[in-house]
Design a protein around this ligand. Sequence first.
Ligand code: UDP
Length: 423
Amino acid sequence: MRIAQVSAHTSPLAPLGGRETGGMNVYVLELSHELARLGYEVDIFTRRDGDLPRVEQVAANLRLVRLDAGPPEPVEKEEIVACLPDFARDMRRFTHGEGRGYDIIHSHYWQSAWAARAIARHLRVPHVVMFHTLGEVKNRARISEQEPARRIRHERAIVRRADALVTASAHERQLLARYYGARDAQMHTIPCGVDIGLFRPRDRQASRRQLGLEQAGPVLLWVGRLEKLKGVDILIQALAELDERHFTLLVVGGDERAADLKAELQHQAAASGLAANVRFVGAVPHDQLPVYYSAADVCVVPSYYESFGLVAVEAMACGTPVVASRVGGLVSSVIDGVTGYLIPWRCPGPFAEKLEVLLHNPELRANFGAAARRSVERFRWESVALQVAGVYDRVLAAHREREAGTGFGAEVYEAAVLAGSRR
Ligand code: UDP
C-alpha cells in the first residue's frame, strides 16, 4: 500500500525546538518510519524551504519529497497559505511524473489538508486528516493571539469532507464534535507515541554532571516550542511563589524567532527576583533530550492548551514526574497523583503548591518516576502505527465499496495517471 503523508508548512527532518518545529514533526516522521517498517511505501510531502534535494530516501520504503511552492526559504506559517495552490499543483505533477498514485492521503494540520483535499479528490482516494491543533480551540484558550476566521472556515470544510479524522486524545475528539460538527463515525482517537528506547531513565547525577548542573539545586525542566500557548509565564509566576529559592529552571527550546517572547520572559523572571534561577538553554537536538529529562527532578508543562503534549510523555518515559495543566491530551497522559499532578488551567498557585510538595519529597518523586516509566508502555510508536494502519484499512474498505458502486476501479485510476504523465 502506498501512503502520502502531507506536512506542508514544516519538514519532519527540520531541527526541532524552533517556532514551527515540534510535536507534529516528530509525529509525522516516527509514524512514517513505523509504517515503512510494516511494509507500507511512504512518501512525505513538504514544502521546499532551502537548497535541498527534491527527493530524499530517508529509510527503506520511506522518502521525503520537497515540493516547489513559494520561495525556497523559510516562510512564516501565516504566509504559507498563499503557497498552497502551487504546493497542490506540484504534488500532482510529482505523482503524475511517477506514474503511480497513492492508496491513502494522510494530511497533518489544516494547511496540508487544504492543499491535499483536491489531490485526494483527483486521485479518487480517501483523505485522512489529523489537525494537531485547531483554530477554534486556540482562540478559546484565550491568549492574546487570535487565529484568523479563514483558518476556522477551512477547518470546518475539511472536517465535512474528510474520510477519517485522527485525534490524539478523547478531549480533542469532543472538541471536534462540539465546535466543528465532526461525526463520531469519522473520528478515531489514537494517542501520539514515544520512542521508549531513546527516552529511558538515565543516572540522575551523571546526567547533571554532563550538563554542568552539580551546583544547580533542584532542577525543574520546561521543554518545547517557545510560544505563548505554552504558558512559561504561568510557570514563572508559580516559581515566584516558592519560599525556597535554591532551584534552577531550565527552559529548553526556542530559536531566534522566539527572541521577543524570550526577552519578555527574562524580564518577568528578573522582576520576580528569579533572574539567576531561570536559564534559557535554546533548542536541543531531540536525541540529547533524555539527558535533560533525566537530570530534572520535575518536568513542568504549564500550557494553556496541548492537543497531546509529547514532552510530558517523553519526561515520564525517562522516569521524571510531570506537573502539567489539566488541558487537552495531558489529561489522558499524566495520571494525577500517580505519575505527576494535573493543575487547573492557568493557576500559578496550585502549580507552586505541587512543585513544593514534589521538591521536598524525594521518595514521592522516585515513586512517581517509576510509575511514570511504567505508564508509557501504551505509547509505543509500533502500537500507534498499527492503530493508524487499522484506520487506513477501514477507510479503504468503505471507499472501495463506494467506488464499486460507481465503477471506478484501480485499473481505471492507473490508466488516468499514465495518461496524465504522458501529457
Ligand atoms: N523538542 C526538541 N528539542 C527542543 C524542543 C522540543 O526535540 O529543543 C521536541 C520535544 O522533544 C517534543 C516536541 O519537540 O518531541 C514538542 O512536542 P509537543 O507535543 O510537546 O508540543 P508541540 O510542538 O506539538 O506543541
